[in-house]
Design a protein around this ligand. Structure first.
Ligand SMILES: Nc1ncnc2c1ncn2[C@@H]1O[C@H](COP(=O)(O)OP(=O)(O)OP(=O)(O)O)[C@@H](O)[C@H]1O
Ligand SMILES: [Mg+2]
Length: 445
């Protein structure tokens, strides 16, 4: 039972539209259509059928009166008396034909209340064989009755037997609902646009883009959500700013002390014991320099359309200059809305790592409707699976022992991840088919 329930819910979710706008429209339109269908059905079934039946009954009563008159009145040559009474008093056009057999019954109209109810009513009142044609002429009904010595042909006006103006009711109904629907669509548009704007703003902020001229608008709840979003955005921005200034302050103060250190070391003069100390101080200064650059991180660069194919080619040239065998390719529309310099630094760090650890480097960019991805493959030693999270930590270097003097401070991957996340994306490490590491930057577009 519960299983069926969830299956139904899943199916229902699948078939109903996903957007808020079509959903709200559906909520308005469905009851309207159902209501109108029910009203139309009841009207047709009850009112219209009853009226038609009554009218048919009246016509068949008139016809049976004509039949009775035919028996009563003197049978002169052309039945003037009968025809006059029928025409003047009953609006029926009567002709008396020779007693030929009745024509075979004509084709029944597929859906006609008139035909069935008229046949039924006439059949109830007249015993003689009857032939009815409701289709042949547009506004007349033809009825033939076989008497003993003649055939009576009677034309009755169609609208005397038939509630014919019911389509006006339907016309009114459909017309009114169209007007109401248009009004509803216009109003709904205005209600939904602020929600769409809020969604766009939140998405843009998540991707590190500017949220320009976004103001809370619309219904009270939507406005509340928008205000909350703006508050949250302001808090996050303030927090980032605070972090940056604090780190910069700390680094700056420490640099002042380090400079003093170096000065004092210089006064101590050359010697084996100061040599090691000097090296340590230099390293510390280098780390601090890198840290300062990291802390300065996001100097408020604005997003702009950036040619990713050119960026990838640029990085390839840099890699070759640094002595690697490099290839690069880009697939998809290359213009992407990102912070160009930052992203170049991000992918550049990955390329630098590859160049430092391997001899061959491949940079592959792809861009589809949802993601921009740039992968950097190399044929170096790679990073073991269990270390792949750890290496993102600032100042962490796996190959400390191997090449301490290489100038690496262990910030490259941290900075790359920072930039990718500021774009709403991520840096992912994996095995490369080339044998080394594959580092992929993935950013939503
Ligand atoms: N392509 C790679 N192949 C093998 N090991 C790598 C690769 N990329 C990074 N690593 C390992 O991850 C560690 C961290 O890399 P990260 O880029 O953060 O720092 P770094 O390269 O040592 O210094 P920096 O990038 O600041 O100059 C490196 O020390 C290295 O051991
Ligand atoms: Mg690095």
């Amino acid at each position: 039972m519960r299983d069926a329930n969830t299956r139904f819910a899943a199916w229902f979710n699948r078939v109903t539209p996903k957007g808020l706008y079509p959903r709200s429209l559906l909520i308005i339109v469905t009851p309207m259509v159902i209501l109108q269908s029910v009203v139309a059905f009841v009207f047709m079934e009850r009112h219209y059928n009853t009226v038609t039946r009554r009218l048919s009954a009246a016509v068949s009563q008139d016809i049976s009166a004509v039949v009775a008159l035919y028996d009563l009145l003197p049978k002169d040559r052309d039945f003037t008396e009968l025809r006059r009474v029928a025409w003047r008093n009953l609006a029926l056009n009567v002709t008396v034909l020779p007693p030929d057999p009745l024509p075979p019954p004509g084709p029944k109209p597929f859906f006609s209340v008139l035909d069935s109810s008229l046949s039924r009513e006439i059949g109830r009142r007249i015993q003689q064989p009857v032939w009815i044609d409701t289709v042949g002429r547009s506004n007349l009904i033809e009825v033939r009755i076989k008497m003993d010595d003649a055939v009576l042909r009677i034309f009755a006006p169609r609208n005397a037997a038939y509630a014919s103006n019911s389509h006006i009711f339907i016309l009114w109904m459909v017309g009114t609902s169209l007007v109401l629907l248009t009004v509803a669509i216009l109003f709904l548009r205005n209600q939904i646009r602020p929600i769409e704007n809020l969604a766009d703003a939140a998405e843009a902020f998540g991707k590190g883009r500017d949220v320009e001229n976004f103001r809370p608008r619309g219904a009270r709840e939507v406005r509340r959500a928008a205000i909350a979003f703006l508050e949250m955005k302001r808090r996050i921005e303030r927090q980032i700013e605070q972090r940056t200034t604090m780190l910069a302050g700390v680094s700056h103060d420490m640099r002042t002390i380090l400079t003093r250190f170096k000065l004092e070391l210089a006064f101590l003069g050359e010697g084996p014991e100061t040599e090691a100390l000097k090296k340590d101080v230099d390293e510390l200064a280098g780390m601090l320099e890198a840290y300062l650059a990291f802390a300065r991180g996001d100097p408020g660069e604005q997003t702009a359309l950036t040619d990713m194919a050119a960026l990838v080619e640029d990085l390839r040239l840099n890699a070759e200059r640094d002595g690697a065998i490099a290839e690069a390719s880009f697939m998809g529309p290359p213009l992407v809305e990102v912070k160009g310099d930052q992203l170049k630094r991000c992918v550049g760090n990955l390329v630098n790592n590859a160049v430092r650890h391997a001899s061959r480097v491949a940079i592959t960019g792809t861009r589809d409707a949802r993601w921009l991805m740039v992968s950097v493959d190399d044929d170096g030693p790679g990073i073991p699976e269990e270390k792949r999270e750890e290496v993102f930590r600032p100042f962490l270097r796996l190959d400390d022992a191997r090449n301490q003097d290489d100038g690496g401070s262990g910030l490259g991957l941290s900075i790359a991840r920072d930039i990718a996340r500021a774009h709403g994306g991520e840096v992912i490490l994996a095995d490369s088919p080339m044998g080394g590491l594959r580092a992929t930057v993935r950013i939503p577009v």
